[in-house]
Design a protein around this ligand. Structure first.
Ligand code: NAD
Ligand code: 6OD
Length: 503
């Protein structure tokens, strides 16, 4: 493991943090403190693991100016081949500090070490590698145009950076989601000012060290810590020197950011909330469907925007399916992140747990049958000060219930029966969100037919969260604006200039 000013603050939580350390902003290649500090809390036991310095408007302004200067410096002069090579070096640097990144992510989120090691940190490196290769290997369209006088013109587009990109990210998959935006933004030659979630500041800060290792010039990657309103988030989205905002988070926050970005007509890319449906047919591979749905409902304690919170099961197999999913839920081990048996971490914060528990209470008021869970596990040790909840299954709610309509973002779903394909499609589509759907069937023709009827950005058939980073990713309705992934990311983070040459 590599020791350096920021990585020194990270220790694997056996949860005996000996010292509270300071996580700083990173502006123009330097770690800098701010005037105010806030606490970084470990969700596994509620202890304060570090202090974080909040960037004020002056520091956000400095970061934006540093990012603009960097566009005119060495970074702006690099050719695409060298830029791509440096992004591969960022991936190398992440892999070299693998344990450090895992520990930082685990400390901030309380998620199992096994999950951070399997998902979050490898994806961060992959994000840099994929977009480095894509930008190097792909071209743009060109047209030979016939003119009315019988001559020709040649049209071709060139890709230029948009400029300074404001990157605002949530706490559920902090490093994965941050790098999902930073990597293509840098691949296209932009510079970034990021504002990670106030709940999870550590890995964005560690990434600064990876950037330094990789020879990314000062000012290209800047980190400003803080909150949304009247803090770093708002200062960044309102800043006239920011050329575009890319945001992942709640739909309501997206609406606020859209207003802030409107005054300077900034392009926005939004990946927002979901209330995703899964449709399970009686002809599915039963075991695969139960395993798949168990992941789709409980992965990361249900704190993945792609998670299924509404599960529709063909009536013929409804009872047995509910029973099997209950067995899965009850076999999960909530626990310390570094315990190998743990496969269910805590929720991110006391506040978020209160939100999830308020839905657990509401479900009862709305007439749900509790199949399992609905409360808080008791450990008899420091974990009782953490933010755990039980994995929970409900049945029996009307489709109009708030628990069926609103995003909960916890380890919970409602399971309802259906009798026909049409009914299942109608229920799945009856939502203001439109992020993902999953369909479980042995009949691929049917899977294909239904997939095309889903009003969402991403539909999985007989799988869930199976990613190819070249594919379009995003949501319909309240779930987002635009698509990222592959060429969609490159196009968002570029200004395309079409050049028409009369021949
Ligand atoms: P959030 O919207 O509360 O916060 C996200 C980020 O926005 C944080 O960094 C926060 O500080 C910042 N922010 C808040 N108010 C702001 C403001 N007024 N101006 C600028 N920045 C502001 O979301 P969260 O609670 O951190 O994350 C959970 C939500 O994210 C869920 O709704 C989930 O579905 C969604 N999400 C969506 C995707 C996707 O790809 N569609 C992925 C992950 C999470
Ligand atoms: O896999 C991805 O690229 C991605 N953006 C996942 C989002 C998960 C939401 O929590």
């Amino acid at each position: 493991m590599i020791a350096s000013p920021q990585s020194a603050l990270l220790r694997l939580p056996g949860l005996a943090w000996d010292l509270v350390k300071l996580i700083q902003n990173y502006i123009d290649g330097r770690f800098v403190p701010g005037k105010r500090e806030f606490a970084d809390v470990n969700p596994a036991d509620g202890t304060v693991i570090a202090q974080v310095t909040e960037a004020d408007d002056v520091q956000v302004n400095e970061a934006v100016h540093a990012a603009r200067r960097a566009l005119r410096g060495e970074w702006g002069r690099l050719g695409v081949r060298e830029r791509a090579a440096r992004l591969h070096k960022v991936a190398d640097a992440i892999e070299k500090r693998f344990d450090c990144f895992v520990q930082a992510e685990v400390a901030d989120t309380g998620k199992p070490v096994a999950l951070a090691s399997r998902l979050d940190v490898p994806r961060a490196a992959a994000n840099f590698r994929v977009f480095a290769d894509l930008v190097k290997l792909t071209g743009l369209e060109s047209f030979q145009t016939e003119t009315p006088d019988g001559t020709h013109a040649l049209n071709y587009a060139v890709r230029k950076p948009l400029g300074v990109i404001g990157v605002i990210t949530p706490w559920n998959l902090p490093l994965l989601l941050l790098t999902w935006k930073v990597a293509p933004a840098l691949a296209c030659g932009n510079t970034v000012v990021v504002k990670p979630s106030e709940e999870t500041p550590a890995t964005a800060t560690l990434l600064a060290e990876a950037m330094q290792d990789a020879g990314i010039p000062n000012g290209v990657y800047n980190v400003t810590h803080g909150f949304g309103p009247e803090s770093a988030g708002e200062f960044l989205t309102q800043h006239a020197g920011v050329n575009a905002v890319t945001f992942t988070g709640e739909s309501r926050t997206g609406a606020t950011i859209m207003k802030a970005a409107a005054s300077t007509v900034k392009p926005v890319s939004f990946e927002l909330g979901g209330k995703n449906a899964a449709i399970v047919f009686a002809d599915c591979n039963f075991e695969e469907a139960v395993d798949g749905l168990s992941e789709a409902v409980f992965l990361n304690t249900g704190q993945v925007c792609l998670c299924a919170e509404r599960v529709y099961v063909e009536r013929k197999i409804f009872d047995i399916f509910v029973e099997e999913l209950k067995q899965k839920a009850e076999s999960l081990h909530p626990g310390w992140p570094n315990d190998e048996k743990t496969d269910l971490g805590p929720l991110i914060s006391a506040q978020h747990r209160e939100k999830v528990l308020s839905f657990y209470r509401l479900a009862l008021e709305e007439g749900a049958t509790v199949i399992t869970g609905g409360g808080v596990p008791k450990f008899g040790d420091h974990r009782d000060n953490g933010f755990y909840v039980q994995p929970t299954l409900y049945t029996g709610l009307p489709e109009s219930a708030r628990c069926v309509k609103e995003e909960i973002f916890g380890p919970v779903c409602h399971v309802a029966p259906f009798d026909s394909e049409e009914e299942a499609v109608a229920m799945a589509n009856d939502t203001k969100y439109g992020l993902t759907a999953s369909i479980w069937t042995g009949n691929l023709k049917r899977g294909h037919r239904i997939a095309q009827q889903m009003n969402v950005g991403i539909t999985w058939v007989n799988c869930w969260f199976l990613r190819d980073l070249r594919t379009p990713f995003g949501g319909a309705g309240l779930s987002g604006i635009g698509r990222e992934g592959g060429m969609h990311s490159l196009n968002f983070y570029s200004e395309l200039n079409n050049i028409c040459v009369r021949l």
